[in-house]
Design a protein around this ligand. Structure first.
Ligand code: GCU
Length: 610
């Protein structure tokens, strides 16, 4: 499809959305926890609505009257027919997936309506926004019986401005959250993780001045270690202001003028202690405009590729990683809190990691901020996973929007070094075009970070010897190559890995972004018996023999830190709807393979730098 035709189609999709009355979400407010906020977390009233009767009449037409649940209507007489009532319906905890709050909702896919009321005494000069950390998968948001707008994408934040809609008492905020999967969605219908639905991350009221510091990007300029380059964005009726950036501990104080759009771009020298896993140095950074100020904790470091090396602060680094899903330790439900992040990253550090792959979608912001504090580098990705509808312009727009929202939220996090645009996507011209667009978007949005994807190479048997060639067409567009392989689990026997070679004509660093095998914790047998800890342990031992021989390998993120729920994994006793490739069980118990990898990482750590 020509670029012009695709753009026209895109405009049509946007007009359609707009015409449906779906207001656009407000521009994302950076670092909301540093603002004046009120949490709306807690028990919300909830109505489970599998047939969307709260939104559609019996002819499947949108409800316009008081039968629409977002009206939160109460019968005015005993004879009036109203067939819903939030206040006598059940409750659900927010944040949290609904699947693990009620047995009846474990497999539920459809709509749930949420409602909570709040009073708000807003200062007349200020503006008020409602911020959602994430809702999976689709959310329609209403305040006091009026639609605020919609958001699609289950793992990125969004805001709506409610300045002129909020009242002092009895505000009622209603959401329809729907987690039904769709072929044209991102992700599409087939995944290997649980489709946790709901308001899965915190909900916060954010009060800001009439003109406020909306967003900023303050990072080390690519290719330097002492030059800060970035921009800041004001939002409001006084866009042209003097804005000062201060890093008190580094003696930095620089003042800039924002233009008529409220934007200032800047570049200045600063001698800072660089952030690294060994020394995760964070600075207090103050952004002071005339009408607002924001502070953030930011680390400064450089990341780049030189040939097949990845350089952190100019020095080659090997990324000792592990992959993980956003699943709470010990609870097997959506993770979202500082405590969850601290435990999960603590297990990774105990494993000897300096790196994590946050699969297969943007994790919650607490994970990124905790990684900054704990000194764990991060690969983050959008859920462009498996068989996406590559020819669908709406699907591409959705993927681009999720990538944009992920970058907008996390672009000041020093720990974050890699954006990944895809996981195990079947090669085709349409898929290559789709991914090249995402790669270009990522590079344009943030030139300081590396772009990768988890690809799948193909093995070629030559005279009985197997050589696996990295030959995915989009490899030439990536900074770092990722590759998933399951030698010893899905293909070949574990010991065959010892003699398998890898080849790449790209001259780029490789991160082996997945390998592994299943084991049920406590299930023991000999190394040939599947599902035993010994099988998984043996598989890891042979994997490491192979990986050590790959000359352009610069990191690995074995699959996976912790067993996680999956609808694909139905084998009774062994799986019971869990993917068992974890090195840690869903009860936090470490399997034998954990210690194989831990030993390897400790040897790497003590080995002299290359
Ligand atoms: C795939 C996929 C993972 C999945 C894993 C598995 O590579 O990327 O999401 O869980 O393999 O089969 O366990």
């Amino acid at each position: 499809m020509t670029k012009l035709l695709r753009s026209l189609t895109l405009v049509l999709c946007l007009l359609l959305a707009w015409s449906r009355g779906a207001a656009e979400t407000a521009p994302l407010i950076a670092n909301i926890n540093a603002r004046h906020t009120v949490s709306l977390d807690g028990q919300w009233q909830a109505i489970v609505d599998p047939y969307d009767v709260g939104a559609l009449d019996y002819r499947a037409q949108p409800l316009k009257n008081n039968n629409a649940f977002f009206k939160n209507y109460k019968p005015q007489s005993e004879s009036e027919l109203v067939e819903y009532d939030f206040d006598t319906s059940g409750q659900l905890q927010v944040p949290g997936d609904w699947n693990t709050q009620r047995d009846s909702l474990l497999f539920y896919e459809g709509s749930v309506w949420y409602k909570r009321t709040f009073d708000y005494a807003q200062s007349p000069k200020n503006r008020l926004f409602v911020h959602f950390g994430a809702c999976n998968y689709f959310a329609a948001v209403y305040l006091n019986g009026e639609e605020l707008g919609e958001h699609e994408g289950g793992f990125t934040p969004f805001d709506f401005e409610i300045t002129d809609r909020v009242r002092a008492h009895d505000n009622f905020l209603v959401l329809r959250v729907n987690n039904a999967r769709g072929k044209d969605q991102v992700p599409t219908v087939n995944t290997d993780w649980w489709n946790y639905g709901g308001i899965t991350r915190p909900v916060t009221l954010v009060e800001v001045p009439d003109t406020f510091v909306q967003d900023y990007f303050i990072q080390v300029e690519k290719g330097t270690t002492n030059q800060i380059k970035g921009w800041l964005q004001l939002n409001g009726r006084q866009p042209q202001q003097n804005v000062t950036i201060r890093i008190p501990e580094a003696g930095v104080s620089r003042t800039f003028q924002t233009d008529s759009r409220g934007r200032a771009e800047f570049s200045f020298r600063a001698d800072l202690t660089l952030w690294s896993p060994e020394n995760p140095k964070l600075y207090n950074v103050e952004i002071a405009a005339e009408t607002d100020q924001a502070t953030d904790r930011i680390g400064f470091r450089s990341i780049e590729v030189r040939g097949t090396d990845i350089l952190l602060n100019g020095k080659p680094i090997f990324l000792r990683g592990i992959s993980l899903h956003e699943e709470a330790p010990m609870r097997a439900s959506r993770a979202w809190s500082d405590d969850d992040a601290r435990t999960l990253l603590g297990w990774a550090k105990e494993l000897g990691c300096n790196f994590v792959r946050l699969a297969h979608y943007p994790h919650n912001e607490a994970m990124l901020r905790m990684a900054d504090q704990m000194g764990v580098l991060v690969w983050e990705e959008v859920p462009v996973y498996w068989t996406i509808q590559w020819e669908n312009p709406g699907t591409l727009h959705n993927a681009e929007n999720q990538l944009k929202e992920m970058i907008a939220r996390d672009h000041n996090r020093a720990a974050l070094i890699i954006y990944s645009v895809a996981n195990e996507t079947p090669v085709s011209d349409a898929r290559n075009r789709f991914l090249r667009q995402l790669i270009q978007d990522a590079h344009s949005a943030d030139s300081t970070r590396l772009v990768s994807a988890a690809l799948q190479a193909n093995g070629v048997s030559e005279g009985g010897h197997i050589t696996i060639h990295l030959n995915d067409p989009i490899a030439s567009d990536l900074d770092v190559l990722g590759n998933n392989e399951y030698i010893g689990w899905y293909v070949h026997r574990p010991e065959e890995a010892d003699s398998i070679d890898w080849a790449s004509e790209y001259g780029k660093p490789l991160i082996m972004s997945e390998f592994g095998g299943d084991a049920l914790f406590g299930n023991h047998g000999d190394a040939l018996a599947r599902w035993t800890e010994e099988y998984q342990e043996n598989l890891y031992q042979h994997q490491l023999v192979m990986l050590k021989r790959i000359p352009f390998l610069r990191g690995m993120t074995p699959w996976v830190l912790k067993d996680f729920r999956s609808p694909r994994r139905t084998l009774p006793r062994m799986e019971d709807y869990f993917n068992r490739k974890g090195l840690v069980s869903d009860h936090g118990e470490k399997k034998k393979a954990f210690f194989v990898l831990q030993k390897f990482y400790r040897e790497l750590q003590s080995a002299p730098p290359r």
